[in-house]
Design a protein around this ligand. Structure first.
Ligand code: B3K
Ligand code: ZN
Length: 885
């Protein structure tokens, strides 16, 4: 906590480290009330760092220094300097050994960074700058060292002692304690260090790499969760195989471990050989985890595993390069999930998420480029822009270079930089060198923030048989970047004839047509492409598979959108046409609502959805996606001034109209899928995810009818099921319905039955927090008093406070501002407990510019109140001050 303003760190100020650490020997004496950490660092002057012997400045925070020695000699207090974040001393030789002994307090560490206790176990989280809360060190990713770690703890309470690498020795001491030594043969930055001590059980398996090496796989959990590991283990093995086949990457140690902990600030962490996971990202079984949770486990297990190459073997030079590992690894995990499930559905989900949340971030006060230029608190930059947009940038490289060219580039990148800490420029350079191309202009995607807008105009010349597409790109100003240069925007497209067939594509000047789909690279602010040999006016299918993270503007009529919905051969664009049609129709309803007119739904939307329901060739997951209207958050994002109440009313009205008009086909789909669910035990596979998705969205529409037969079906689904996907969907539908007695009964039964399973209770909190019926704030406030709730557990905060503020728009944005006041109060409390979580929960308040004048005043007042409340963490200070600037 600080009262003065935190300092801003700039990329342009990067300097290589003065010293390097060749060997790091750590020894931990873990105790309930205090832990002793001894570090022996074999160091030397960085040959790249210039002449002379500058002072050695080690990072360290919240450490109680007991002793420091240089080359074996204990230093007196006048021989080193201490401030609240550094220990400085003067080396006398170019090679030396520094040893420190410190005392730390994991038991009172509620920030969950550094060494802390999660329930009964000790664990660590070091990325980005948590290692400095464990010992004095050069805590920066370009200092890579070989680690040997010995940890000792009370044998009874902590029978399992883990760290990175391979176990090399262990033993007992008198006084009931035991110890273990782990050695990691790979040099790594401190942010990848980890240790765990606890009473853990494990599920063990084995994987043989393509080159024939055997790797032991272990997932460690608290004993009560031992039956929830199989899905993660299966996912891990699939990910290991996939990375060998798709990227040529093999695992490199003899053992790979995952540990599940309940208190964790994010999803998981890729520590070398010892991944630490939020239990929500590893535990899954039919009875307690939904299909979405199963898919999230699969994706996160893969993501962290893939980091072993994209992040660990090749790491970041500095934290401005974070997207080097995160954007690339998200891209890799998305490819994996696409291959394991439906690729089109995966793309739809990712794009919907990006457009709703990352576009909003890009348009808000915290907007930053994929490679930021500056930060106050790096923890605030684990953002949708660095992750999701960063992944899109890698995806555009693949689109431009082709699958093979991209693979040549990634092979060269891994080979060239193995064991190094590098930059985003190095990544692009490998892509350039492997393909003989110049990507200078492309690199603007790393440097310029904001979501580009791409306007497309079409001109058809019937006499000449030509069709000219003119692209105009622009990018709005973002904080610190008033003016933007044109991007390289890959536009995948096809031209469709009146039957929806793709026409052969020949650009003016080309000798002959080549294929019917291609990627145009739009590089200028305005650029035209003329296609020839077109006897009829084609309908363009643009930005196929969402080939660039831009806002595409093309004046499609509703009839053209309906045509594309049925005929476009690009599955993503079929969905996209439906979304655009729905957006047009919903915006019309919002206008009617605002003018006080009675709402009238364009019947074409009903006709379009009816044909989707009747199309037996469609994947049920696609049907479910196409039935889902654009979310309120997305409708807010695309509004100039968001009218939350009108948006909610319009969307609910449309849902009711759909439910009324399509009751019969929805009921048929519901019944047939429910029948399959009832007849066969739960299977976590794409085919069944798809089926249940359709079943559940059908139920949510049907319930709007209020018919007793639907209520009965919903209650039956709630009770008579073997899986959480059906149970939770039925519960959510009941909670959002007017059937008060039935709802209360179901909620009580659920809490009673699952009270001892924290992850299931999170879902129980979540469905209630998201309920848009009046009184949402009061319900959330009452739930804060529930014995299962605590502000100290990030999953609980996200499930209740996060779901309320991010998903329950009508209640959070109530006109009297009490929703804002509630959130600000929670942020102020969290600021003292867990600054990273506090800063994250703030996001909805930072978007104040989106709302009407009265709400803006209220939201700003609460931001000001947070700013004035005294000791703010750098995390919260940065977000609040930038939002008000
Ligand atoms: N690399 C970690 C994120 C660490 C966040 C630290 N505040 C998880 C991941 O992206 O895989
Ligand atoms: Zn990651």
């Amino acid at each position: 906590m600080r009262t003065e303003q935190p300092k801003t760190v700039y990329l342009k100020d990067y300097q290589a480290p003065d010293y390097l650490i060749d060997e790091t020997h750590l020894s931990f004496e873990l105790h309930e009330d205090r832990t002793l950490v001894q570090a022996r660092l074999a160091m030397r002057r960085n040959p790249a760092g210039g002449a002379g012997l500058p002072p050695l400045v080690l990072d360290g925070q919240q450490l109680e220094l007991l002793a420091v020695t240089l080359d074996g000699r204990e230093l007196g207090v006048h021989e080193y300097q201490l401030d609240d974040s550094h220990l400085s001393l003067q080396p006398e030789r170019a090679e030396f050994v520094v040893e420190t002994r410190v005392c730390i307090h994991p038991e009172s560490n509620t920030a969950l960074e550094g060494l802390y206790k999660s329930g009964k176990m000790f664990c660590t989280q070091c990325e980005a700058e948590g290692f400095r809360k464990i010992t004095y060190y050069l805590d920066r990713p370009d200092v890579m060292s070989r680690f040997t770690t010995t940890l000792s703890a009370e044998q009874q309470r902590y029978p399992v002692l883990l760290s990175n690498g391979n176990p090399v020795a262990s033993g007992n001491t008198d006084n009931g304690r035991h110890w273990a030594t782990w050695e990691d043969p790979f040099r790594k930055p401190a942010y990848l260090f980890a240790l765990v001590a606890g009473d853990l059980w494990c599920v063990e398996d084995e994987f043989t790499t393509l080159s024939g090496r055997r790797v032991t796989l272990r997932i460690y959990v608290e004993p009560e969760n031992i039956d929830k590991c199989q899905h993660a283990m299966d996912s891990l093995k699939r990910a290991m195989r996939w990375d060998e086949e798709t990227y040529g990457r093999e695992y490199d140690l003899d053992i790979f471990m995952i540990v599940a902990v309940n208190d964790f600030n994010m999803g998981a962490m890729e520590n070398k050989g010892l991944n630490i996971f939020n239990s929500s990202a590893v535990l899954a079984k039919a009875e307690t985890a939904t299909d979405a949770a199963h898919q999230r486990v699969e994706a996160i297990v893969a993501h962290e595993y893939f980091h072993n190459w994209s992040g660990n073997r090749v790491t970041c030079r500095d934290w401005f390069q974070l997207s080097l590992k995160e954007g690339f690894t998200v891209f890799r995990d998305a490819g994996f999930s696409a291959d394991m499930n439906s690729a089109t559905v995966k793309r739809i989900e990712d794009v919907a998420y990006l457009r709703t949340h990352q576009f909003a971030e890009d348009a808000g006060p915290m907007a930053h480029s994929v490679r930021p230029d500056s930060y106050m608190e790096i923890s605030n930059f684990y953002t949708l822009t660095v992750y999701e947009k960063g992944s899109e940038v890698v995806g555009m490289l693949r689109t431009l270079l082709g699958a093979e060219g991209f693979r040549r580039g990634s092979d060269l990148y891994f080979e060239r930089h193995d064991g190094q800490a590098v930059t985003c420029d190095d990544f692009v350079k490998a892509m350039e060198d492997a393909n003989g191309v110049d990507l200078t202009q492309f690199k603007r995607w790393y440097a310029q923030a904001g979501t580009p807008c791409l306007e497309v105009a079409e001109r058809y010349d019937a006499a000449a048989g030509t069709c000219t597409l003119t692209f105009r790109q622009s990018c709005p100003p973002t904080p610190g970047q008033a003016h933007k240069e044109p991007f390289v925007i890959p536009v995948a497209l096809a031209l469709l004839d009146g039957q929806g067939r793709e026409l052969p594509l020949r650009l003016a000047g080309e000798a002959e047509a080549a294929g019917s789909g291609r990627v145009l690279a739009v590089t200028a602010a305005e650029q035209a492409f003329t296609f020839v040999d077109l006897p009829e006016r084609p309908l363009p299918s643009l930005l196929r598979d969402f080939s660039a993270p831009v806002k595409l503007v093309y004046p499609y009529s509703r009839d053209q959108l309906m045509f594309l919905m049925q005929h476009d051969s690009d599955g993503f664009n079929r969905w996209e046409a439906g979304q655009q049609l729905a957006v047009q129709v919903l915006q019309e309803l919002v206008g009617q609502q605002q003018r006080g007119e009675s709402m009238v739904l364009d019947r074409r939307l009903l006709a379009a959805l009816k044909s989707v329901l009747e199309n037996e060739g469609l994947d049920p997951a696609m049907v479910a996606e196409m039935l889902s209207l654009p979310g309120e958050a997305y409708l807010i994002e695309i509004s100039a001034v968001a009218d939350v109440e009108a948006i909610h009313a319009a969307r609910e009205f449309a849902r009711r109209e759909i439910a009324g008009a399509l009751y019969e086909p929805l009921w048929q789909h519901y019944r047939s899928n429910r029948e399959v669910s009832r007849q066969s035990p739960y299977v976590a596979s794409a085919e069944h995810f798809a089926r249940r998705a359709l079943q559940n969205i059908a139920l949510s529409y049907l319930m709007l009818s209020g018919k007793p037969e639907v209520l009965a079906a919903c209650q039956d689904q709630y009770q008579a099921t073997d899986n959480m996907t059906e149970r939770l969907a039925a519960l959510a539908v009941l909670v959002n319905s007017p059937f008060e007695a039935e709802k209360a009964k179901a909620l009580a039964m659920f809490a009673d039955y699952f009270q001892d399973d924290p992850l299931v209770m999170d879902q129980w909190f979540g469905v209630q927090a998201g309920c848009p019926l009046p009184g949402g704030l009061e319900r959330v406030q009452a739930l804060m008093e529930h014995p299962a709730f605590t502000l100290k557990n990030p999953n609980k905060v996200r499930a209740l406070i996060g779901a309320f503020a991010n998903q329950n728009h009508v209640n959070f944005h109530r006109a009297d501002g009490l929703g804002y006041r509630f959130l600000a109060d929670q942020v102020i409390m969290l600021n003292a407990l867990n600054p990273q979580i506090a800063a994250r929960q703030l996001a909805p308040l930072t978007r104040w510019r989106k709302y009407d004048a009265a709400r803006q005043v209220l939201m700003r007042a609460d931001l000001e109140r947070i700013l004035a409340c005294g000791e703010l963490s750098s995390d919260v200070y940065e977000v609040v001050s930038k939002s008000l600037a």
